[in-house]
Design a protein around this ligand. Sequence first.
Ligand SMILES: [Zn+2]
Length: 465
Amino acid sequence: MKLSFHGAARSVTGSRHMVELPGCKLLLDCGLFQGRREEALRQNQDLGFDPHSINAVLLSHAHVDHSGALPMLQKHGFTGKVHLTRATADLAELMLEDSARVQVSDCSYVNKKEQRKRKACVRPFYNIDDVRKVVRRFEGTRYGDLIKVAPRVTASFHDAGHILGSATIRVKYTGRGNTTTLLFSGDLGRSNMPILRDPEPPPPCDVLILESTYGDRLHEADRAVMKQQALDLLNHAKLHKSKIIVPAFAVGRTQELVMRIKELVGEGRLDPIPIYIDSPMASRVTDVFRRHPECYDEETTKTFTVSGDLFASRYIHFVSSPEESMRLNNMKGPCVIISASGMCEGGRVVHHLKHAIQDEANVIVFVGFQAEHTLGRKLVEGWDVVPIFGVPTRRRAKVVTFNGFSAHADRQDLLAYVRAITPTPSKIFLVHGEERQALSLAAAIQAEHSQVEVTVPHFGSSHEI
Ligand SMILES: [Zn+2]
């Protein structure tokens, strides 16, 4: 077995890992790079391998940094199947379509601006047609089913508790007289989070590829603290007539945040303020949630049966048309606007930031991880002037980060995950984490399991197993 890492190696974006077995090549995830424009362009145009040579893709979940380069793979000659859970199949279709739309509109916006400076045109990586073609290759599976992906190679998907449909993938190769099992964690969620079930305990494996997003950090564990933070923020908004802008992936954190606010209102601790979910995807995503009750935890299953719609309420407005979205720009607070993309790299949220960022009454709230070089990261780091659509813009709005809403396991969860694998795997590769996070986790794993070979692979590196 040979592993090569073509993305999310000492970084968190563009998850692409290749597994070479006798007679077959598999790709674990096929994600889009996000970050510095030129670098992202280069990494996205060249996948780092020949798409013709890939027999099958195994996709851990629908987030675009894991799925967003699938249409390019198809465009450049991939003819195999994409194996994924059924919920991921439905979600990924929406997210890829959205990614194509966002690329088209961002490119035309940038081109309009840069035409004046006579700069070269930027082009979207793919369009809706390319998305439709790759979606035809989707082969949805259920959690736990054993599927054949190539001769002598089987795979199974196990609930990773990260977003709807997310999975940890186990690949088993049976050669002459020997078997090798590989476990790819995908992105791991956390226990006791709303809507989704907890991550499944890991099945046994010889080799583990483990995410390390928060390899060096511990989350605020207390739900009460998280709720109090949300309450303080909303009261601040009322008092100062603030706009609260929440850049969030359309899936996962958006639904969770809405649930938390609904809980506060339900408990009589908060007078409702208008919440605008400004994402053309949001209601379609909610439909996908409705179609996949097999992914819910017990509490959510009950709520859905009793009250019908988990996300509906008189003060929650789903915004779909661009005109409605633009009206929010001139609207006065207090209000909450939840909009994609989560790292402010494109989409409607950038327009909301452009209009709200210069007013000190406003607050920008981050609920998800912000990759290096993204606009989101610059804001989290406290930059006073940030580029918005290439224009340096003064930030006067306050920026806060709610780590408690993270959909990722923290250092303690990751160490517990490794401990739960019996017997301990002989090799562990740490991916999907910035260098500091990954190296710190590697040292901690090594200290606990001295016999294990722990590697933090470099971008483009290959490893014989
Ligand atoms: Zn993810």
